[in-house]
Write a protein that binds this ligand. Structure first.
Ligand code: FES
Length: 104
């Protein structure tokens, strides 16, 4: 078992743990953070966000990002696995109540 890495949403100051093989999107959801998503397979680009620090690898060979976008740091969280701690800009992210908040 490899260690989890930490993903930080720069604007909101929220953090969650991400651990392969879960994608950044799945890890966010597990932590109650909802990032925009639609296809969840790396084609629609709904989930695109800027990663200002850290590295990811992809589950698929050709995530729907141009080379320029990759160079600028854009990632597709639905098919990205965090390899190091990440800082991402996801202004549209929202947070669900934590399970402990619901009395469940
Ligand atoms: S949800 Fe479609 S590319 Fe990520």
């Amino acid at each position: 078992m490899t260690g989890a890495v930490k993903v930080t949403l720069a604007r909101q100051g929220w953090t969650f743990d991400a651990q392969a093989p879960a994608t950044v999107l799945q890890s966010a959801e597990r932590a109650g953070v909802r990032l925009p998503s639609s296809c969840r397979n790396g084609t629609c680009r709904t989930c695109i966000c800027l990663s200002t620090s850290g590295t990811v690898r992809y589950l698929i060979e050709w995530p729907g990002l141009s080379l320029d976008e990759k160079r600028e740091g854009y990632i597709l969280p639905c098919v990205a696995i965090a390899e190091t701690d990440l800082v991402i800009e996801a202004p549209a992210a929202s947070r669900l109540p934590a399970p402990s908040d619901t009395g469940a």
